[in-house]
Design a protein around this ligand. Structure first.
Ligand code: HEM
Length: 218
């Protein structure tokens, strides 16, 4: 991954002076709003990493949830349930990005623990989404629950700028897969996850056309 990041960084740096449209050209022509080239390049990398792989994993996670809950899949197909609520709850239980990191700015106390300034901390979004003091019976799939405090897309001033785009991409993909009668055969207990720190990305999901819903040849 480090090699890929270095190669990607080199490509973006190479294109920065020559970009003729888009975000790179904007930064070059209108100043970088106090961002260093490294920060600009890192933001571009984040767009690719989050904008592509998190979304793909989220689509898999939602489809997997529908395998686990065929009654919800059926309700969606019959139009009796809102896909948006299903996506939110599926991504609360299995957030594609499990961790964010911060540097503590000033001496802080957190849950009785002293955290000195300049300490690097990892904040566990996946764990917070399963906090039983916030979400009753957190392992249970319940798309009626209040998801206001869920942290799948982070929180505060650096929360995900792509969240709405991600939601509409996931929704379009799941709708298309349901419309094409595609279902995931891999059972939730069989899923292997990409061994990458801080992520929960299904590595591989086997899919097939649902046997009892195959369209008759016309
Ligand atoms: C299911 C898909 C996605 C998930 C789970 C996700 C998750 C997150 C999380 C947790 C953060 C907060 C990071 C932090 O506080 O350190 C974040 C930030 C960000 N996301 Fe996403 N993201 C997704 C899709 C996208 C998409 C589609 C885009 C853009 C095309 C995107 C662009 C960004 C950017 C640029 C930030 C940084 C915002 C900032 O620092 O101010 N993300 N994302």
């Amino acid at each position: 991954m480090n090699q890929d990041l270095a190669a990607f960084r080199a490509i973006v740096c190479e294109h920065l002076p020559n970009a003729d449209s888009g975000i790179l050209a904007h930064f070059r022509d209108h100043g970088s709003h106090g961002l260093s080239n490294t920060q600009i390049v890192d933001a571009c990398i984040l767009l690719f990493a989050d904008g592509v792989e998190n979304v793909a994993s989220a689509i898999g996670t939602v489809m997997l949830t529908l395998t686990e809950h065929p009654e919800i899949r059926a309700a969606l197909i019959e139009g009796k349930m809102k896909l948006g609520a299903v996506i939110e709850e599926a991504l609360r239980r299995d957030a594609p990005g499990q961790i964010i990191s911060r540097i503590v700015r000033r001496d802080t106390e957190l849950a009785g623990l002293a955290v000195p300034a300049e300490t690097a901390v990892f904040l566990l979004l996946g764990s917070a989404n399963h906090d039983e003091t916030v979400f009753a019976d957190p392992e249970r799939f319940d798309c009626q629950r209040d998801l206001e405090p869920m942290l799948t897309f982070g929180g505060g001033r650096h929360s995900c700028i792509g969240a709405q785009l991600a939601r509409s991409q996931i929704s379009a993909a799941v709708n298309a897969l349901l419309g094409a009668d595609i279902e995931i055969v891999t059972r939730p207990g069989q899923v292997r996850y990409v061994p990458r720190f801080g992520h929960r990305w299904p590595q591989f999901l086997e899919a097939r056309i649902a046997p009892n819903r195959r369209r008759q040849p016309s």
